[in-house]
Design a binder for this molecule. Sequence first.
Ligand code: HEM
Length: 330
Amino acid sequence: MDLMTPHPLEIVPDGEAEMIERVTALQTEIQKTRDPRKRGQHPKQQALLRGVFEIADSVPKTLRAGVFAEPGAFDALVRVSTGPMPKDSDPNPHAMAIKLVDVPGSQSGTQDFIMLDQPTFFIRDIAEYVKFFDATMADPAAESYFKTRPREFGLNLTFNVVIASHLERQYWSEVPIAMGGGAARLTLIPDVANVSGRDPATSPDGLRDALEEHFVRNRRPARFFFAAQAYVDEATTPIEDATAVWPTPFEIIATLTLPAQDFTAPEQFAVCENLSYTPWHCLPEHQPLGGIQRCRKRVYEASQRLRHGLNGAADREPTKADYDALGQFI
Ligand code: HEM
């Protein structure tokens, strides 16, 4: 499989390349007006954590592809982040981005899984994304766009919540990736032992404090179950509609363990700032699928090129040596 060729399960609409250019230009404008040295989305980094991603012994046949083809373990660099609101006490989306390093067969050497704490995206495809972005240029709340789309408005509302800790949230890929000839959407489910008993954040950096309390002060590990739901057909599990809920069951195919660790060194935050996560850092067997994913290729590259240039950062993927150089497990 070649990452530049559409996957057999994709349906690419006419004029998509122009629409992607438009989204890229508008997104770059947004990045420049916020802080061009930081990510165009999810700029606030709460932590860069080291972890181990272990493939389950018995992955169902339809999902046995790429990194899930056989049992094994990968070192993982996990960026924990929040959306555009700088204060953790304000409603925001929350995210975990997982990067497996030293992955044989991946052109970048890495395999990224980028997850948000909502089950689906709030925009179905790129044509809709252009309309949404155009509306936000006139009015940041995009009232003219949402006025005629109550479903999308409802989905967008659920994106913004105040939470107690990233370690007790569930995360979703929202959009599919290939699993060899098939496809899947992904989720990350917290272990019940991650629960902190904290109240939702009331201070600007309450979420970083929740992570420090867990990993550094209480010296506790955290664990997540990584599950996938299989594609059936375009009617049941649409590839090109990112707002559709897939009805297929999630099967656990891996475990992410984050040992107790000290992640608080300023140098570690600097490494995190200059990392590049994209669904396009992947094995050919995990090609990102659907219009939103195809758009992310261009948009993420543009955001990363802009900020790396301004920060004097090298455009290279980390390896096991970079993983080992970070803050130690305690
Ligand atoms: C066309 C739709 C989308 C656009 C235009 C977009 C745009 C962006 C941009 C510009 C970045 C910063 C890239 C960088 O500089 O490293 C980013 C990061 C991110 N996006 Fe998206 N995105 C889209 C869809 C999604 C979807 C569907 C998800 C669902 C999981 C998502 C989750 C994230 C997360 C979690 C990050 C932060 C990754 C990190 O920690 O480095 N995005 N997005």
